[in-house]
Design a protein around this ligand. Sequence first.
Ligand code: ARG
Length: 392
Amino acid sequence: MTTSPLFAPSPVPSSPLDLPVAVEAEELVRQLAAEGHLSADLAERRVREMANELAATGTYRQSEVEILLGSRIAWRNNAQCIGKFYWRGLETRDCRDVGAGGDGFDESALFEALVEHLRLAWNGGKVRLLLSVFAPSRPDRPGPRVWNGQLIRYAGYRQHDGSVVGDPGTVELTEAAQRLGWRGRGTEYDVLPLVIQYPGREPRFFDLPPDAVPEVHISHPDHPWFEQLGLRWHAFPTISDQILELGGLRYTLAPFSAWYTCTEIGARNLSDTNRYDKLPEVARGMGLDTSRDRTLWRDRALLELTAAVLHSYDRAGVSIVDHHFATKQFVRHEERELKSGRSCPADWSAIVPATSGSTTPVWQRRYEVTRARPNFAPHQAPWPTPTGGTEG
Ligand code: ARG
C-alpha cells in the first residue's frame, strides 16, 4: 500500500448526528415496519439478527430490499431536491461486492461498474432514477469513493491570466487529475476522467468511453444562429460525492442519476458568471444592448438560453422537465406527505428555481431544512479547501 502526502487517505467524516450503529439499524427496521414493509414479528427478528451480527463482526450486511426501501426514504428526507415526487420510483443496483475479489482493492472493477451505471441510467434517453450502492465503510476499512462531484463533468483549465477554459466549477478536480498524470485536450467541453480512490491508496483515474457520455447540443427553436454558439451539456446528472447514510452504515460511493430541470443548465451551469458565463454571447446574438444593466439583457438572454435547453433536450429525445412542472410536482409531493402524516424537509433556496421563482407555487411557501436519517451527506473535498466544502 502506498501513501504520499499528496494522496493522504481521505477521512470519512462522521456526522454530528451519529448514533451507535445498532440504534440506527434498529430505527431503520422500525421505520420500514411503520411504513408497512414488514410485520412486527419480522421486524423483531430482523433487529435481533442485526444485533447479533453487529456484536460478532462490528458491522452488518443489509438486505437488497433494505437498501432499496432505505435509499428511497433517504431521498425523501433530503432537503435539497425538488424531484422527490418520484421517490418511490428510485431503483437501486447492488454493487457492494464489486472489486471485492483479490486483495479487495480493484479500482478498474469499480470503474467498469460506474460506466455500466451510466449506460443503465441513460436508457436511450428515457433517463432512469438510479442509485448504485458500492461497499459501505467497515470499522477496519473505509469504503471507496470517487473524487468527482458528478460522474460526468467537464474539465476547467485555469489559464495564466486567471481565466478558465471549460467549467470553472471543476478547476480543482481538473488540476488534481492532471497531477495524477491525466492530460485533457484543452477544449471547453472535455469530459473529466473518473478519479477513484480506496482510502489509504493512491487514487487512479480512468477516461469514460464516449458512448457512456451522452450529450445534447443546444439550439434554439426560433434563432438559427444559436447553434453556432457551440453550447452543449451532458444529458443527465449523476451526483457522486454524497455518502448514503443508511441504518448506521455509510455507503461512501453511491452515485445517483436523475433527469435534469432545464433551469439547472440554462439558468446556472451555462450562465452563472462563475461557471460558463454565456449570457453575454447569447445577448450579442440576440442583438441586445449590453452596455447597461437596465436594458435587462441578462434576463432576456437567460430566458432564451433556458428555452433553448428545453427545446434541445426535447428534440434529442432526452428526459428533462421545466421548472413549472417540477415545482407543481413538488407541491403535490408535499401534500401527499402531509396526508401520510409526514413533514417534507426542504431548503427553500434549493427548491425555488433559479429563474422565474415568483411564478412558481413554491415561492409563497415556507420550508424547514430538517435533517432526518436515512439521508445523503456530502463528502469532504479530497483536496484541502479553505471552507472544507465540496466541489461541484
Ligand atoms: N445542479 C446539478 C447540475 O446542474 C445537478 C443536481 C441534481 N439535479 C437533478 N436534476 N437531479 O448538474
